[in-house]
Design a protein around this ligand. Structure first.
Ligand SMILES: NC(=O)c1ccc[n+]([C@@H]2O[C@H](COP(=O)([O-])OP(=O)(O)OC[C@H]3O[C@@H](n4cnc5c(N)ncnc54)[C@H](OP(=O)(O)O)[C@@H]3O)[C@@H](O)[C@H]2O)c1
Length: 344
């Protein structure tokens, strides 16, 4: 029987993607949709400015949106997918966990908290066991799991694939799509014919989240990876798909051919939304490109290419669909991992 789930922040850019991915999902059944007080009481069709590339599923369009409070969500829902602004997530996610709900969240609040697992299932599924520490410390019946920032998710799998060579220094420069800022995030007057070399708080997220994801969990504590990471984040006028240029210095010698082989061979998982392969490596020097390659692996794979040796170590490009692998798909995948591990 499918698990009853809810979506917090269901009317937003990520919320809509969540609905698109969850509605046909055989393991999950959407039973609650929440948003701000201004949407509460409306049907989903009235409340959401639907902009995803498939119609609103009919039964979802007729559901009533509620306010984002535990008392508004039925008790028999096991799992909540959260795509709220982080300031709102910080207030309400702990209240939902305290009320017994398991929350798979995409918002940035609490990602770096010591007892909150930050998970990309193919990379660090073992960090999910941090939930036992979380429940002991917080006394929750529920639980809180986070997926990383969309730009972090794009480059960390490629690093995981070459980690055995000893990661020392990583430089990453991003070219991020406008959908990453949400529908009201960047005005057309700002971004058309332009590139903006600043995305508030973004660089810090790439630098800290990557070290947590590639850290080691010993059953009680998580130690962060010691590699040095420097990020530079840029907004460009693509709609979806974050492209990133990465330079990596490793302890052991790493040729472009070895790196390509390690990325191609890096294992995926046997979860419904995990793509096979996880990392698609292009031989063509001008790939990956956002418009052509963001839907590789149904938007859940990482695309890489342009591997070459430079005076600053190995250099390559990588790309992921920011609202699928980078946001909604990442939360759904964490939901599948929670289900597989008996948390629902
Ligand atoms: N877009 C991406 O690619 C991406 C990637 C990774 C992470 N994220 C993160 O995901 C989260 C959602 O991003 P988004 O792009 O989907 O944002 P968005 O399009 O602005 O949507 C925000 C959602 O939160 C609801 N909301 C706003 N204020 C609220 C309040 N006071 N109480 C309850 N609900 C409220 C909105 O409901 P109303 O419609 O009623 O206002 C809407 O459903 C953010 O934390 C963002 O940083 C986004």
């Amino acid at each position: 029987m499918a698990v009853r789930v809810g979506v917090l922040g269901a009317t937003g850019a990520v919320g809509q993607r969540l609905i698109q991915l969850l509605e046909p999902h055989p393991d999950f059944d959407i039973a609650a949709l929440t948003a701000s007080d201004s949407s509460a009481g409306k049907t989903y069709r009235q409340a959401a400015k639907w902009r995803v590339d498939s119609p609103i599923p009919n039964d979802i369009g007729e559901m009533t949106v509620t306010a984002t409070e535990p008392g508004e969500v039925p008790d028999d829902i096991d799992l909540l997918f959260s795509s709220l602004p982080s300031s709102i997530g910080a207030e309400v996610e702990p209240a939902f966990c305290e009320a017994g709900y398991v929350v798979s969240s995409n918002s940035s609040n609490s990602r770096m908290a010591e007892d909150v697992p930050l998970v990309i299932p193919e990379i660090n599924a073992d960090h999910l066991d941090l939930l036992e520490v979380q429940r002991d410390e917080r006394g929750w019946d529920g639980a809180l799991v986070k997926n990383p920032n969309c730009s972090t998710i794009t480059f960390v799998p490629t690093l995981a694939a070459i980690a055995e060579y000893g990661l020392e220094k990583v430089h990453v420069s991003t070219l991020q799509a406008v959908s990453g800022a949400g529908y009201d995030g960047v005005s057309s007057m700002e971004i058309i014919d332009n590139a903006i070399p600043y995305i508030g708080s973004e660089e810090d997220k790439l630098e800290t989240e990557s070290r947590k994801l590639l850290g080691e969990f010993d059953g009680a504590e998580l130690s962060h990876n010691e590699m040095a990471v420097s990020a530079s984040c840029n907004r460009i006028p693509t709609i979806d798909g974050h492209l990133e240029n990465v330079w990596v210095e490793t302890e052991d010698e790493l040729t472009p051919a070895d790196a390509a082989e390690a990325m191609r061979a890096f294992p995926s998982l046997d979860l419904r939304s995990s793509p096979e392969p996880l990392i698609h490596v292009f031989d063509e020097p001008d790939r990956p490109q956002p418009r052509m390659d963001r839907t590789v692996g149904d938007g859940m794979a990482i695309a890489a290419g342009g591997l070459q040796e430079t005076p600053f170590g190995l250099q390559y490009n990588c790309l992921a669909h920011n609202t699928i692998r980078g946001a909604a798909g990442a939360s759904v995948l964490n939901g599948e991992l929670l289900l597989e591990n008996g948390y629902l």
